[in-house]
Ligand binder design. Sequence first.
Ligand SMILES: Nc1ncnc2c1ncn2[C@@H]1O[C@H](CO)[C@@H](O)[C@H]1OP(=O)(O)O
Ligand SMILES: [Mg+2]
Length: 284
Amino acid sequence: MADQWQREYDFAEKVARKAGEEIRKAGESEIRVMTKSCTVDLVTKTDERVEKIIIGSLKQEFGEGTHCFIGEESVAKGEACILTDKPTWIIDPVDGTTNFVHGFPFVAVSIAFAVNKELEFGIVYSCLEDKMYKARKGQGAFCNDELIQVSDVKEIKKSIIISEHGVDRSPEKVNKIFSTMQKILCIPVHGLRGSGTAATNMCLVASGAVEAFFEIGIHCWDIAAGAVIVQEAGGLLLDVDGGPFDLMSRRMLSANNDVIAHRIIKEIEVFPVERDDAPTHRIY
Ligand SMILES: Nc1ncnc2c1ncn2[C@@H]1O[C@H](CO)[C@@H](O)[C@H]1OP(=O)(O)O
Ligand SMILES: [Mg+2]
């Protein structure tokens, strides 16, 4: 059916905008910060409240029990993080919580929808910049309703690459992350960047501002919506070892093309992380 999921897609955009408005308003008053797995893994009442608003609105619109939900804060409170064949919303209410707490101006709402374990569409609302990124499978990617495309740069020495360092600060992991960054920086590339939100980072790949973004330790809700946007903008998604992308693996490389992707993969020092859908799942 040509316009199957169109109603969900249109509604998701409205909900993302409403969530973004809530985040903007909340950022103007005092933000009470709490921690989750460790002292640098931050969460606020806004994360929890906005997730409730998003899931509540979706349930009200589409009926209780018809869809499944994977939301960052619900999973943090012990709900399952398993992707089944059922229509499933994958939600990060505030991607870039650390940025939000500090007033660093990149914070995004990320909402994706999957059916039969395939992503149908993704919405990333970068709410402080007021940029609405969206893409639906087979229909192109857009920022504020204008078509976006990945960059056509093929020379790694003319690229900007994004990576982040996550919240796990064990020296062995930090060493691996910085060793990878050092090798990439010394190729040399034009620059290394990071906006502090994975969802926005993926939109920067999709809109051609950078050539690639990779991270190990990322969660499915950080990247599900961005994954559709990158692919629909002509980019590709891979595992950090060059294998197929797996949404639940917590390993992701998005790039404008396979030349850039494989040049970066040569430099990535992989370290183990527990899958999002591991039975013993712990967030960190
Ligand atoms: N353990 C982890 N490792 C790596 N990235 C993580 C992470 N936990 C969260 N992130 C996400 O990675 C980016 C910064 O590294 C943000 O998008 C952040 O999402 P969050 O703000 O929703 O927690
Ligand atoms: Mg996130």
